[in-house]
Structures are given as structure tokens and as C-alpha cells.
Design a protein around this ligand. Structure first.
Ligand code: ATP
Length: 587
């Protein structure tokens, strides 16, 4: 497929807000693929070159992109910067400048330059070279390659190449919409999305799933199973607020486990090779060489996928340390020193693959039994603390013991026949019951920073308050839930100021907001917030349309930052409007 055709599709997508129309536009273009390059089309459409777990990102510093654009257009960098300031988007800037350039060269026949006809794969390959060029002189090399590409494509193509480089295509297409479009394009119906989603949840690899769909058909997609080194989308839990409710959810009997406050890890092992993936399928192997050794030591089988929580651990006192300690192990530098400073222990709680077989469809107790056969407990590897409960007194006692042992609460897990591992789902087979915050509202929320106001007084020169949102998984949009200014340390504010770059343009398309914000950001940072109560609001859009009065949304009153920046959650994994509505209804 020509890259230009894909860009025309992106342009149409950019110019509509209607979800069904977007699915149709995208499906129309996807139908034209012969299948050979469908994986690349799909990845580029999500603004990526590889699935997340591969760990190769395309982003290029804005400064370098500006230099490349200057070379491609013959304008000065200063000139481009002032265009960028005015237009507020690198893609539109590139489009406009190259448009101007082609008009002036049309008047000058001696200087006329033909654009080249690039296929999707050509562009993907060039971007891949840019992203993988490293070492001495690599910055100049990247700029040269990018400017070469920009000078040979049409202005519309330059718009989207620049946005790919800037890290956001701004078409509003997220995974769910893409799956629907793929389903429509190849099977004629959006309904078959469920099978694509099932396969995607098992391997987190849309390149692979779409290629199987195009080359082997839907039946082959239905057969896709988990495989080692392709992370499985993690299973998540619903919330309950007391032991009675927990027990009721499981018809009077369930398994309890400590809810450790650390980093979730999915451990893939084959022979001597071990890879670790985070909750959001990011490859975190390099940060935990000590965990690799622990696993090799404890393994009783050669090949498996298991899950657990990594916590910071004081081996002398035999106590779990608070989350703040282990979160420092996420750094990519000084790893040896950090291993010494912050030793960890892994508490395992599930097995997803062993003996060359997927274990997702086994019931919970069978998986637990299997887990015990795959690893032996050592000083650094333990199975999660567990008990079966059939009355609320037992649950309360387990809960209080968990808090005493420095856990954040407990997990309740179904022990029924259908207690399978639901990859990628937040179902009722698992529930979490966390310690309260001694306020009317006992829960915390993981919310995305959508916008900010300029700081005043002590916060001058930084952001002062923030607009926070939740995620609507069905529509693939962010809805506003609260504005927050309390609980931030100077370091937090400095960090947000460094990480969040203001968008000069209007708010992103995927934000549903009636609230004005002086500054908008792309969704990037998720923070943990508590509050006093959830109230109806005509101002915020969280769950709007899902309450009795269509104009009402939900808002968080008296929000406070808990001090926790949730680094292992991507913005789409923030608390959903559904979860907030459930908590509101229970208040
Ligand atoms: P939270 O922010 O409360 O950890 P979450 O959205 O990351 O929530 P949930 O599904 O709501 O995930 O809660 C389960 C999380 O608790 C898991 O992702 C995992 O990191 C952690 N956890 C700790 N102990 C266990 C356990 N024994 N079983 C399952 N998950 C556990």
C-alpha cells in the first residue's frame, strides 16, 4: 500500500469525531491491504514501529525534528520555530512549510522536484533506521535521514511522518477502534472484534494478530495461544469495600491472598533466558538482573510464564518495605548500586503457561497447584500468602494481618470451576479490598493529567493546579473528573514541569471536557489521588450519559495527591468511568 493512501485515511480520521464513521474510514483503507504489510500499517496507525514489549520507540527530540525540517524546506530553524509556536503542532507545521515549498518550486521549472512514491513498508523501514541509529554522530545521522525523507514526500505525508516522530499521530485511533476496523475490513462485521481482542490479549502483538488474520483467516486467529516472550495482558480486579461484600461476591467461599504493594511482574522463562514484563507489557528485564538470578535458581521447569509482585524487602528484619522503595528500582541507571541498596523479594501468585501448555483456562486452584510444581520457594522467591475463607470474620482477620505485614490490603479470588485467568479483563473473578483512608471515600483513583493552570506565588514558573481525567474504555476517550492542587511536593511539581510539555493547540481530540484549561497535555502521566466523596457535577464529564440525568457527570470532591506517580500504568490503564460510577453508586 502507498504511504500516501494511508495518510489520506489519517487525514479523514482526524477530521471526524464520530466513532462509527472512524471505524468505517479505517476499515475502508485496511481492506485495500493485500496482507503483506498489514502489521506495519497497524503499528504505524497506533504511532508505533513495534509492539510495546519490544522496547523500541520512535520518538525523536523536537529540536532534531526541527533541524531536519529546516534542511528539508530550506527555512531557518528560527523560522520553523516561529511557525511551530503559531500553529502548535509539528505535523501541521511540516505540512504547511512543504506546501509553500512545492508551490514556489512549481513556479520555478528548473528547480522542480518530483515527490517519490513511498510504500508503507519503505517509510516504516526508514523510520526504523532512524530509531535504531545510535552511538557517536547518531544525532546528525538521524537528522540527515529524516530530512531526506521529508524532502521527498508530499506535504500530507510529511504531516504524519512528523507526528510519528513527535510520538502522537493525533488521529484519535486507539487499540479498540483499530480492532473493530480490522474486523470489519477482513470479516465484513465489527462483531468479530471479540476474537481479535482475545488473541491480542494473549500476545500483546497486533502486528502478529493482524498478519494471521490477513494470511490465514479468522479461524486461525481464534487459535492464537500464549507464547513465551510475548507478554499476556494482565488480569485485573474489581473493588469491594468490606468483608461481607467480598464474601457475597463469591457465594460464601473464596481464596484470599495478601495484596502486596509493589510492582507487578510477568516472568517469561525458556531455558536460561528470562524476560520480565510490567503491568503494561513493558520489558523491564534490565532493571532487575537480581530477579533473573532468583528465578533461575528457583525454577523446577525449563519453560513457563508466571506472575507475581516484586516488593522491596528487608531480609534482616524479614519485613516488606513500602512501595516508594521498590519504585526506585525502576530506574535505568546505577542498577548494581540500586540492587545493593534496595533488595527485593518476589511473591508469586499465578501461572499462565507451563509444560508447553497455556494455563489460562485452568481454574484458580489448579493453577495454584501447578505454580507450586514449577518453582520452589527460596529466600527471594515466595508464593503469595494465601488462605481459603468462608466467613467474614476470617476475612477481617486476614485483612488486618495483611496490613500488619505491610501489605495494602487483600485480594479475594474465585475458586469456582470458571475461575479462569481472564487476560486483559477487569472481571469479578478477582476483587481487591484495600485499606481505607479514614474518609467517607475509602478508595483511591489512578487519574491522568490532562491539563494545568500556570502556578502562582510559590509555584510560579511551574504548573499550579491540574485537571485530571479517567478513561472511558468503550469510547476510547478521557473524561474530566476533578481539578487538583493539593498534596504535591516541590520535587513532584518539578517532575511534572519537566515531563509534561504544553500543547500550543486546542485540546486533544480524545478529551471529553467542558472544563477549560489554560494548558493541555497529551495523556502521559498517571497519578494516584484520594478524595472525600464523589458527587454529581454538571461541569465534569466522567460517566456523563450513564446517570439518570443525562447532563450530569461525576466529580471528586477535595482531591489529594497521595504522592504516588503510577509509573507502571499507561494512560489507557487509568481508573475507568465505569469503576468510578460503581464506587459512586455504593457510597
Ligand atoms: P492497584 O493500583 O490497586 O494495584 P491495579 O489497577 O494495578 O490496582 P488491580 O487489578 O485493580 O490492579 O489490583 C490488582 C493488583 O494488585 C495487581 O495488578 C498486582 O499488581 C497487585 N497484587 C498484589 N498482590 C496480588 C495478588 N496476590 N494477586 C493479584 N494481584 C496482586
Amino acid at each position: 500500500m502507498r504511504f500516501k493512501d494511508l495518510c489520506e485515511c489519517y487525514f479523514k480520521l482526524e477530521n471526524t469525531q464520530k466513532k462509527l464513521e472512524m471505524v468505517d474510514i479505517l476499515a475502508n483503507t485496511l481492506t485495500k491491504s493485500d496482507g503483506s504489510e498489514i502489521g506495519k500499517i497497524v503499528l504505524l496507525t497506533l504511532g508505533k514501529l513495534y509492539p510495546d514489549f519490544v522496547g523500541i520507540e520512535l520518538m525523536l527530540a523536537e529540536k532534531m525534528a526541527i533541524k531536519a525540517l529546516a534542511l528539508a524546506t530550506g527555512k531557518s530553524e528560527k523560522n520553523i520555530l516561529s511557525f511551530l509556536d503559531e500553529i502548535g503542532d509539528l505535523g501541521k507545521t511540516a505540512h504547511k512549510l512543504l506546501d509553500n515549498k512545492s508551490q514556489s518550486t512549481l513556479l520555478d521549472f528548473t528547480n522542480q522536484q518530483e515527490t517519490e512514491k513511498y510504500d508503507v513498508v519503505d517509510v516504516w523501514k526508514i523510520l526504523d533506521i532512524i530509531s535504531q541509529t545510535s552511538g557517536e554522530g547518531s544525532a546528525d545521522k538521524k537528522i540527515r535521514i529524516l530530512s531526506g525523507l521529508l524532502s521527498k514526500v508530499t506535504p500530507l505525508e510529511a504531516r504524519y511522518i512528523s507526528r510519528l516522530i513527535a510520538g502522537n499521530l493525533r488521529t484519535g485511533v486507539a487499540v479498540q477502534l483499530l480492532l473493530e476496523a480490522l474486523s470489519k475490513a477482513k470479516t465484513g462485521s465489527r462483531e468479530n472484534k471479540q476474537f481479535l481482542e482475545r488473541a491480542y490479549n494473549r500476545c500483546s502483538d497486533l502486528d502478529y494478530v493482524s498478519s494471521v488474520l490477513y494470511k490465514e483467516g479468522l479461524e486461525a486467529v481464534k487459535e492464537i495461544e500464549v507464547k513465551v516472550f510475548s507478554p499476556i495482558k494482565v488480569m485485573l480486579a474489581q473493588r469491594v469495600s468490606n468483608s461481607e461484600e467480598l464474601l457475597e461476591r463469591f457465594n460464601g467461599k473464596c481464596s484470599l491472598e495478601y495484596k502486596y504493594d509493589g510492582l507487578r511482574v510477568q516472568i517469561h522463562k525458556k531455558e536460561n533466558k528470562v524476560k520480565l514484563f510490567s503491568r503494561s507489557t513493558e520489558n523491564i528485564t534490565k532493571q532487575f538482573p537480581d530477579v533473573i538470578d532468583f528465578i533461575n535458581n528457583a525454577a523446577l521447569e525449563n519453560e513457563f510464564i508466571i506472575e507475581g509482585e516484586i516488593v522491596a524487602f528487608d531480609h534482616e528484619k524479614e519485613v516488606i518495605l513500602p512501595f516508594q522503595h521498590v519504585s526506585q528500582r525502576k530506574r535505568k541507571h546505577d542498577i548494581d548500586q540500586k540492587i545493593r541498596e534496595i533488595p527485593v523479594r518476589v511473591f508469586l501468585f499465578d501461572v499462565l503457561f507451563s509444560n508447553s501448555t497455556s494455563r489460562l483456562d485452568l481454574s484458580y486452584l489448579d493453577r495454584r497447584e501447578n505454580l507450586q510444581k514449577i518453582v520452589r520457594e527460596t529466600n527471594n522467591i515466595k508464593l503469595s500468602h494465601q488462605a481459603i475463607a468462608d466467613n467474614s470474620d476470617k476475612i477481617d482477620a486476614f485483612f488486618h494481618q495483611a496490613l500488619q505485614d505491610n501489605c495494602e490490603g487483600i485480594m479475594g479470588k474465585s475458586i469456582g470451576k470458571d475461575s479462569v485467568y481472564q487476560a486483559g479483563a477487569r472481571g469479578w473473578n478477582w476483587v481487591k479490598y484495600k485499606a481505607g483512608y479514614n474518609t467517607k471515600l475509602s478508595d483511591s483513583f489512578d487519574l491522568v493529567i490532562l491539563g494545568a493552570e500556570h502556578g502562582k506565588g510559590k509555584r510560579a514558573g511551574k504548573y499550579g493546579t491540574f485537571l485530571l481525567g479517567c478513561y472511558d474504555q468503550i469510547e476510547g476517550v478521557y473524561q474530566t473528573f476533578t481539578r487538583i492542587g493539593t498534596g504535591f511536593s516541590d520535587e513532584d511539581l518539578a517532575f511534572f514541569f519537566q515531563e509534561l510539555k504544553p500543547l500550543e493547540s486546542e485540546k486533544p481530540k480524545e478529551y471529553q471536557s467542558d472544563v477549560e484549561s489554560s494548558i493541555w497535555f497529551y495523556p502521559k502521566i498517571v497519578i494516584e489521588v484520594t478524595g472525600d466523596e464523589i458527587t454529581r457535577s454538571q461541569m465534569h464529564t466522567c460517566s456523563r450519559g450513564l446517570l439518570e440525568n443525562d447532563m450530569d457527570g461525576l466529580a471528586l470532591r477535595f482531591p489529594r495527591f497521595t504522592g504516588r506517580i503510577v509509573q507502571d500504568k499507561a494512560p489507557e490503564q487509568a481508573t475507568t468511568n465505569d469503576e468510578i460510577r460503581t464506587i459512586y453508586l455504593k457510597q
